[in-house]
Design a binder for this molecule. Sequence first.
Ligand code: C5P
Length: 301
Amino acid sequence: MSVTVRVPAKVNVQLAVGGARPDGFHDLANVFLAVGLYDEVTATPADRLRVTCSGPDAHQVPLDRSNLAARAALALAERHGVTPGVHLHIAKDIPVAGGMAGGSADAAGALVACDALWGTGASRAELLDICAELGSDVPFGLVGGAALGVGRGEQLTPLDVGGTFHWVFALADGGLSTPAVYREFDRQWEGLDVPAPQASPALIEALRAGDPRALAGVLGNDLEPAALALFPALEQTLAAGTDGGALAALVSGSGPTTAFLAEDAASAESVAEALLKSDTCRAVRVAPAPAPGATVIAPAV
Ligand code: C5P
């Protein structure tokens, strides 16, 4: 008896970052797009909370209570007075510490899986509430598709997407710590007035129209200069993807994964090939967008 939930990675097509707030977080206008790269979280009854992980990056995933999926199960159990006796297995395909919200996806997946397994019957609003407590990117893992996130990124408004966008992702050798990238952002802006973050109407329209050329012209990530300062080799990866025919290239979230928007599926394959040949990354993945949010694919029997 187990429940398996599939949950997508994200790319930020716009990440507008404001100044640091008194609580240390930054106000954002964050346009999330879920992409077809997935982790699967399987919840099975067990004596106690246990986390295991499989996949090429599995050795980098913490299996103790610092794992966001474990924290999600504990938060749901506590709210509903349930004993958190569950084995969570994460089949990991989303790059770890890559700026694609893999850990956040696992938390959203664990929440949906445990809710189904325990029959807690939590409302969507309650699940979103728990997600927001767990991390800024976790609510988006639940909803998927495309959404504008404001506040620290957790207050979501769904956005329409009028077609399929074809993405290529270059995985870097090593990770970047999200807090470290935000600290570097603060350092770069020290003494300057950071403009209030604002979603770009042209970008929202390009998503709605399903127009990759229009979207390519307006993609933006305010964390990119900070990520590049901490990981300068990413400049070469970005150039290799653009030389290989990508319409646009940017750092995904806080990096170090780099994201390339292609004209169509065939062009995505040739961008991927050029990136692999360039020897500027450790692996390359092709993924369409948008992708659905956390979805039960194998329910309890
Ligand atoms: O919310 P989450 O735990 O994913 O955030 C990780 C870290 O990223 C935070 O501790 C903070 O340093 C930084 N962050 C931020 N402003 C945001 C979101 C994240 O400064 N809006």
